[in-house]
Design a protein around this ligand. Structure first.
Ligand SMILES: Cc1cc2nc3c(=O)[nH]c(=O)nc-3n(C[C@H](O)[C@H](O)[C@H](O)COP(=O)(O)O)c2cc1C
Length: 269
């Protein structure tokens, strides 16, 4: 499968077959995670956890015992770095036929944090179950997907712009960038809010976050910045497929964004 096929075939899997994930597969995914880089160069400590042994639970997940989780220092850009690296793991698992779901909220968080040995000054942003998808989704999963409208995405022209926010970019006029942009469009995000907005400016792509209410904690932690890390990951993967390597720049180009829209990062090709 190429990256586009992996991205297109991925969905959050919340109902698993109950068979458990062989130890060798757990090891393989863990090793991939440990090697997964992020453009911010921040270190992430990865761990495979067992729901039964570690007394973990998520009210939305059935039939899976294995979870993967990561902890890292709570530093600037931790959200984007984690989003990038964790999504690499999600796509890797998908390429091997295993299901995942990003979980930031619906879990007994303190049990997960205990199991991963979270230390003072660290954060465990999200976890994911790992396993073989069940043949049929649970009723709860089906209803949840409907409520979040998980199978829909915003149109290209609402997300991507040429030169500045006043000029929406259509897929037809995106040329060589169309596939990488489509991969961003199809990415997973918390409550499927799709907060990424991209401005193409020659060889530069500026990433912005369109804030929705309720995602920034009192401590400044911003769940939607994780989504931006996922968008960066999909764009980088899409361009790598075309033989193009990206460099990350943190240099606000000074464009005037719409209300509640924040500059995050630039990729230079
Ligand atoms: C950062 C993040 C946090 C998420 N947290 C949860 C969660 O707590 N519970 C859950 O069931 N799904 C969670 N999701 C999954 C999203 O709801 C899902 O990705 C989105 O609805 C799109 O559906 P899809 O992944 O099937 O394409 C999360 C996704 C992301 C990216």
């Amino acid at each position: 499968m190429n990256t586009m096929e992996i991205v297109r075939s991925r969905r959050s899997v919340r109902s698993f077959d109950g068979a458990g994930l062989p130890q060798a597969v757990q090891e393989e995914i863990l090793q991939y995670a440990q090697k997964a880089e992020n453009p911010y160069g921040l270190a992430i400590h990865w761990q495979i956890l067992s729901a039964k042994a570690d007394r973990l639970s998520s009210p939305v997940i059935t039939g899976a015992d294995t979870y993967i989780a990561g902890r890292m220092d709570r530093v600037p850009h931790a959200e984007e770095a984690f989003g990038f690296a964790f999504e690499k793991v999600v796509l890797y698992a998908q390429s091997k036929g295993f299901g995942t779901t990003w979980i930031g909220g619906t879990m007994n968080r303190s049990a997960f944090e205990r199991a991963i040995g979270l230390k003072e000054g660290e954060v465990m942003p999200c976890v994911s179950p790992l396993g073989v998808p069940a043949k049929k989704m649970s009723l709860r999963e089906t209803m949840m997907r409907k409520a979040i409208k998980a199978d829909t995405r915003l149109p290209f022209e609402s997300l991507f712009f040429a030169g500045g926010f006043e000029t929406p970019l259509s897929k037809a006029s995106a040329g060589d960038l169309a596939d990488a942009l489509e991969m961003v469009r199809l990415a997973p995000s918390a409550v499927n809010k799709q907060p990424w907005r991209l401005v193409i400016d020659g060889s530069l792509v500026h990433f912005y976050e369109k804030h929705d209410k309720g995602y920034v904690g009192a401590d400044g932690w911003d769940m939607q910045k994780i989504d931006l890390g996922i968008a960066l990951c999909h764009y980088v993967c899409g361009m790598e497929e075309k033989g193009k390597k990206a460099t990350l720049l943190l240099q606000d180009p000074g464009l005037v964004p719409p209300a509640n829209t924040e500059y995050i990062a630039t990729l230079s090709f």
